[in-house]
Design a protein around this ligand. Structure first.
Ligand code: FES
Length: 160
């Protein structure tokens, strides 16, 4: 999901107008922005800090402290790859490495440029169908690279 600069500004302005005058306004303002956008954009911090007479570090500190606040737009799709024993014995690690390469993800990156998030999982209880992955909550088994990439990109429907 791409959020334009204008959308980010509008959400921030609306949140400050609705909650900015109340005592202890920071958390309600942050929640309102996240409800509107799915995350707290970095370019909203200066406006929030100025409006609430706080430093940018104060605002950043609160966002960082609470794990429910997101710093980046939510992923378009979440692909959980099983890293447990049965899936690894069926080539899971090589499959993940190859998928990362196709999605253009470095070793420390977990969200591709087109919004596909890769997450680790540790056994879905479907070991007989290894290697397995779960896409947006739906389990898929006996995966090969072509099927996995098609699932991640949403270009193919595959029977779970
Ligand atoms: S080890 Fe992957 S589903 Fe059990």
């Amino acid at each position: 999901m791409t959020v334009s600069h204008s959308e980010r500004q509008q959400a921030t302005t609306r949140a400050l107008a609705e909650h900015g005058a109340a005592p202890g306004a920071l958390l309600p303002v942050l929640h309102a922005i996240q409800d509107a956008l799915g995350y707290i954009p970095d370019d909203a911090l200066d406006s929030i800090a100025a409006h609430l007479n706080l430093s940018r570090a104060d605002v950043h500190g609160v966002i960082s402290f609470y794990h429910d606040f997101k710093h980046a737009p939510p992923a378009r799709r979440v692909l959980r790859l099983c890293r447990a024993e049965a899936c690894q014995s069926m080539g899971g690690a090589a499959l993940e490495a190859a998928l990362r390469q196709r999605l253009g993800l470095g070793p420390d990156e977990n969200v591709s440029g087109d919004g596909i998030a890769l997450e680790a999982a540790y056994c879905f209880g479907a070991c007989a169908c290894a290697p397995n992955a779960m896409l947006d909550g739906e389990l898929h088994g006996r995966l090969d690279l072509e099927t996995l990439e098609a699932l991640a990109r949403g270009v193919a429907e595959v029977e779970p």
